[in-house]
Design a protein around this ligand. Structure first.
Ligand SMILES: [Zn+2]
Ligand SMILES: [Zn+2]
Length: 259
């Protein structure tokens, strides 16, 4: 069967997350999702907190919805999602350690794309679509090109994440995974095997980064436009903040929920 879930979410455990895990689960369940891949900022908490997260993910997971615990780490100025952590995570301090414990490593929002030594990175996936940076409508074209380059050496797969911090971030790409049963182990295994695709509306990106020709053209054309719009929105917010003008949050959120 196929199950639908979201990747790259921050709850209140991250300093910039606004929604509790419980509320997040309820809201995603209502929207027809069956799992979420949590990726909390690790620098926000003490290692002891990891145990608390693991416990909460487990107690909120049931036969209808699974929360897979994970982190977002910084390494050489880039961000990496670590999907599927266990109790030993508090002792790890390198991506390699996490990876050998079975976690999936995804290079998040690769927008400072450096070409040096990229092929040496031991990663399982690339976030070719992060709706916070790239918009909700199409993946990032340059990230798809980077994926193609990485795939010449390693089996790096295409992931789509929403970088959720608040409800206006919903509405971006989701993952559809083939599983036998709705279990954490099944979801992780099939993600590793590439038995999934990234989807939003009519846009589908296969786990190997391929798309239908028509959608590819749409992506090449629209990707820079949406990125510019988001850049403009962020720039405008900064300018207003500098002038100490704060537009009503409702308006800001309403604009952001559309982009
Ligand atoms: Zn990040
Ligand atoms: Zn993030």
């Amino acid at each position: 069967m196929q199950v639908k879930g979201l990747c790259h979410l921050h709850s209140k455990y991250s300093h910039d997350g606004e929604v509790s895990l419980n509320r997040l689960k309820e809201s995603l369940k209502e929207k027809g999702f069956q799992f979420l891949l949590l990726t909390e900022h690790i620098h926000d908490f003490l290692p002891e907190k990891i145990e608390e997260i693991l416990k909460e993910c487990q107690s909120l997971s049931d036969e209808q919805f699974i929360i897979i615990p994970g982190l977002e780490l910084e390494n050489k100025g880039e961000h990496f999602l670590v999907i599927g952590i266990n109790e030993l995570a508090r002792e790890y301090n390198s991506l390699t350690q996490f990876r050998s414990s079975g976690a999936i490593i995804v290079w998040a929002h690769p927008y400072k794309i450096k070409q040096d030594g990229i092929e040496r990175l031991q990663i399982d996936g690339l976030e070719i679509w992060n709706s916070c940076y790239d918009g909700k409508f199409v993946p990032r074209w340059q990230a798809l090109k980077l994926l193609k380059k990485l795939r010449q050496k390693n089996n790096v797969l295409a992931y789509g994440g929403i970088d959720f911090h608040r409800f206006s971030h919903l509405g971006g790409p989701f993952l559809v995974v083939d599983v036998e049963e709705l279990l954490q182990r099944e979801i992780l295994e099939n993600l590793k095997r590439g038995r999934f695709f990234v989807k939003r509306g009519a846009v589908t990106v296969n786990s190997d980064g391929t798309m239908r020709p028509g959608q590819k053209i749409k992506t090449v054309l629209l990707s820079p436009i949406f990125r510019s719009l988001i850049g403009l929105f962020k720039f405008g917010s900064k300018i207003l903040a500098g002038l100490r003008i704060s537009p009503p949050r409702k308006i800001k959120e309403a604009i952001r929920s559309k982009l």
